[in-house]
Design a protein around this ligand. Structure first.
Ligand code: ZN
Length: 460
């Protein structure tokens, strides 16, 4: 590829090349490639910026079916309205929603996404109907769209009658949740290099999961060698719940249960005190920062600058489409930059455009334990996004009034609107070309998700 390139080792090339073979990057550098094998496909990236494919570190794909509800609600009220609706979603509807959600992520430059599915109504976890095959439905959707996928087997076992927030009928038996999590890992997790699917253990949150399920999920994950994910410190109400019901801050609670460590990434982390920030950095715990969702729910702004300064890893997540209807990962680059700058008067030095891009690429890859993606370097996976910056909206920022030497393509990508995607490669395979999905049929996916939504509405 020729065109302006940017790699995450710090080098940037106004004009350069990336060569790819066998699903991996074989060379990156300035100017044209020194050698290209006969018959190799050549893509002209003139007018474009190549970056690592974006990595999405938090999502609930099933929520595609419930966008636009509870628009003025805080998290607990929003959840209370939506839990009963989510409880009716079956595996076929999950497949339609996941296909739509992952297709849309691909079109916003995402090459690797996680998902956190945690609604498994009682009795459906191990076998039988209901939602038992939701994870299989998601894995099939990711294969259909062609994205690298990290599904998290979520769980809840603390119903309302036990002091939790969710209705009793949508939480699982603790032992059944643990068994189903182990089954999901054995069925779908691929630990090999370049894997397309890796599973994480993911009990949902302090207010929907018992301490035993948290602790034993951690033991299970570490025994199986998989990563751990949960929600933490999302709202002031959760902070108050933890202090009153558990006698600790959310971060203290997590640490007591074995939920800080280099194999853990935590969604939101909006309400962390200085001690928590230091513990996250010291333990290697990562954060999935979801600025749009946090703003939509009025939850607050995570202390990203403090976390980065302390040495903690931060990635970006779109979060589910019911609290983040746009779910554009490219849009989260700008959202993260703006949120960091308005937080507590940090000002414009809080986060640069390049730092925002790092969060969306290398930071996200570290959250998921995937050092083989999130950067453009020889030997890493060929997960690459090629963005058009010669558009009306981007050209002046990318190229500047005096030509390329005054322009800043990274600023055009981050500060401008989400740029059109010329090409998206996952392991060297084209997923998007010329702004169009080349794997799944986008129109068919839209029809399927519309039908799934209307079936959900019929069940009211
Ligand atoms: Zn979430």
């Amino acid at each position: 590829m020729d065109g302006p390139q940017h790699d995450q080792a710090g080098a940037e090339y106004g004009s350069g090349h990336i060569t790819v073979a066998g699903g991996r990057i074989t060379a990156v550098g300035a100017g044209p490639a020194a050698s290209v094998p006969d018959g190799a496909r050549r893509i002209d990236g003139t007018g474009c910026l190549a970056t690592p494919g974006l990595v999405n570190t938090h999502h609930h794909l099933g929520q595609w079916l419930t966008q636009g509800r509870a628009q003025q609600s805080v998290l607990f009220d929003w959840l209370t309205e939506l839990y009963p609706v989510w409880a009716r979603i079956d595996a076929g509807q999950v497949h339609a929603a996941a296909t739509a959600g992952l297709a849309w992520l691909a079109l916003s430059g995402c090459t690797t996404s996680t998902d956190h599915h945690y609604i498994f109504p009682r009795g459906s976890a191990v076998s039988g109907g209901g939602d038992a095959d939701a994870l299989a439905a998601e894995v099939a959707a990711a294969a259909r769209v062609g994205l690298r996928f990290h599904p998290c087997r979520g769980s809840m076992d603390l119903g309302r009658s036990s002091g939790g927030l969710p209705p009793d009928e949508i939480v699982e038996d603790t032992d059944a949740a643990l068994a189903a999590t182990e089954e999901a890992v054995r069925r779908f997790h691929d630990p090999s290099p370049g894997a397309m699917v890796r599973v994480a253990a993911a009990p949902c949150s302090p207010f929907s999961v018992s301490p035993r399920l948290m602790r034993e999920s951690a033991d299970l994950a570490r025994g199986l060698g998989v990563r751990m994910h949960t929600h933490l410190a999302e709202t002031r109400e959760e902070d108050a719940y933890c202090r009153q019901a558990l006698g600790r801050t959310p971060a203290e609670y997590a640490e007591d249960l074995g939920w800080l460590g280099p194999d853990v990434w935590l969604a939101h982390c909006v309400h962390l005190d200085e001690a928590a920030v230091r513990r996250f950095a010291a333990t290697g715990t990562s954060v999935a920062h979801c600025p749009t969702s946090n703003a939509r729910l009025g939850a607050g702004i995570a202390p990203v600058r403090h976390l980065l300064q302390a040495g903690a890893t931060v990635g970006l997540g779109v979060d589910g489409a019911a609290s983040s209807e746009g779910t554009s990962l490219a849009g989260e680059l700008r959202q993260a930059l703006l949120a960091a700058r308005v937080r507590d008067g940090h000002g414009p030095s809080a986060l640069t455009a390049r730092q925002a891009l790092w969060l969306g690429t290398r930071g996200g890859a570290r959250c998921l334990g995937r050092d083989e993606t999130g950067a453009l370097r020889p030997g890493l996976l060929a997960d690459i996004a090629l963005w058009r910056l010669d558009t009306l909206a981007h050209d002046a920022i990318a190229h500047g009034p005096g030509g390329d030497k005054d322009g800043d393509p990274v600023a055009a990508l981050v500060l401008g609107p989400p740029a059109p995607l010329e090409l998206l490669l996952v392991g060297g395979a084209p997923v998007v070309e010329g702004g169009e999905l080349r794997t799944a049929d986008a129109a068919e996916a839209a029809r399927e998700v519309r039908a799934a939504r209307s079936r959900l509405a019929d069940l009211r």
